[in-house]
Design a protein around this ligand. Structure first.
Ligand SMILES: [Zn+2]
Ligand SMILES: [Zn+2]
Length: 327
């Protein structure tokens, strides 16, 4: 198999020839058709997440076909199309797992961070964490649903049922969540970097009723806001934009420090919460609904060998929507 491998933090991925791997008990081998590029991959490369496994193959938005199964795998079949996402393994026995919160598992493994991911021709996965995908949609179109879509879905659920929804940072996740929120009958208010009119136009094309800079106030107070961008300075801005009782959800795995802010921004039963990872149920719920919602992902396709360019373009904000690698 071949893969783009992160051998050292802060350095480019290296195109590597690796020994073929066989799935162990309970595992599957997947021939990768496409793998999305998530901002979390940048945090891994940049050493912003604690204790990554090195060397590591990044990538946790994998769409492919099962090409071998280890002992004891019964729920899947060779040739079946599956998705592999961020949550790669849980222990099943910690207090979080036992209370229906496996997203918080004390001993979880994460694809492309603490176990090898999908910037590769093949990937090995714990079969219990693979999502059957069916045949609807191309591998490229479906790949961003595996993280941007599923984590977006979880963050939207945790934002509550409010009609007026703000999205801060209009990248891969927000461009999917905007479509889901519209389908649910909500009004989407999109916040981008100040002056980024290209992304604001993109948000309006996806149905946002308003799009502006993150330094602007929306034309009416919001019921909830989800922050996908990594700037902690957005938190007081989002708190200011939500009405009394409103909720601000931080959906990223990493943010810069939050500047201090007056208590009155939180007063009035405003809530500030984070969303961490996903449960398998989130994935099943969202991936089952996605075809009905008619989500159209905007994708920018790169050959797998150009993964470093894809990461660089994501870092610089050189495309709208999501980047997807194809081996
Ligand atoms: Zn656990
Ligand atoms: Zn991700």
């Amino acid at each position: 198999m071949r893969a783009m491998v992160l051998k050292k933090l802060h350095s480019p991925l290296e195109w590597s020839e690796l020994d073929d791997r066989s799935p162990g008990p309970g595992e599957i081998s997947v021939r990768v058709g496409a793998c999305g590029v998530c901002r979390t991959d940048l945090h891994v490369v940049d050493g912003e997440l604690p204790d990554p496994t090195l060397p590591i193959i990044p990538g946790h938005e994998i769409v492919g076909r099962v090409d071998a199964m280890g002992a004891g795998v019964q729920a899947l079949q060779v040739g079946e199309r599956v998705g592999i996402g961020w949550l790669g393994h849980t222990d099943g026995v910690c207090p979080y797992c036992r209370s229906g919160r496996e997203n918080l598992c004390d001993n979880a493994l994460f694809t492309g961070y603490t176990r090898d991911g999908g910037y590769a021709t093949h990937a090995i996965a714990d079969a219990r964490f693979a999502f059957p995908l069916g045949e609807q949609g191309t591998v490229v179109a479906v790949a961003p649903l595996l993280c941007a879509g599923v984590i977006g879905w979880r963050s939207l659920r945790i934002a509550g049922d409010g009609k007026r929804l703000g999205l801060y940072g209009f990248g891969a996740a927000a461009h999917i969540v905007a479509q889901v929120a519209r389908w649910q009958g909500r009004s989407v208010f999109a916040f981008t970097r100040p002056g980024d009119v290209t992304t604001q136009d993109f948000a309006r094309r996806l149905g946002a009723v308003w799009a502006g800079g993150s330094d602007q106030m929306p034309p009416e107070p919001l019921d909830a806001a989800i922050i996908y961008a990594t700037a902690g300075a957005l938190i007081p801005l989002a708190l200011r934009a939500v009405c009394k009782g409103g909720r601000v959800v931080c959906a990223g795995i990493h943010m810069s420090d939050i500047p201090s802010f007056p208590y009155e921004l939180l007063w009035g039963e405003r809530q500030l919460v984070s969303v961490a990872n996903l449960t398998r149920q989130d994935g099943l719920d969202f991936l089952r609904l996605a075809p009905d919602i008619g989500i159209v992902t905007q994708t920018n396709v790169y050959p797998l060998t150009n993964a470093n360019q894809a990461l660089g373009d994501l870092r610089a904000g050189r495309f709208e929507g999501a980047a997807v690698l194809v081996p």
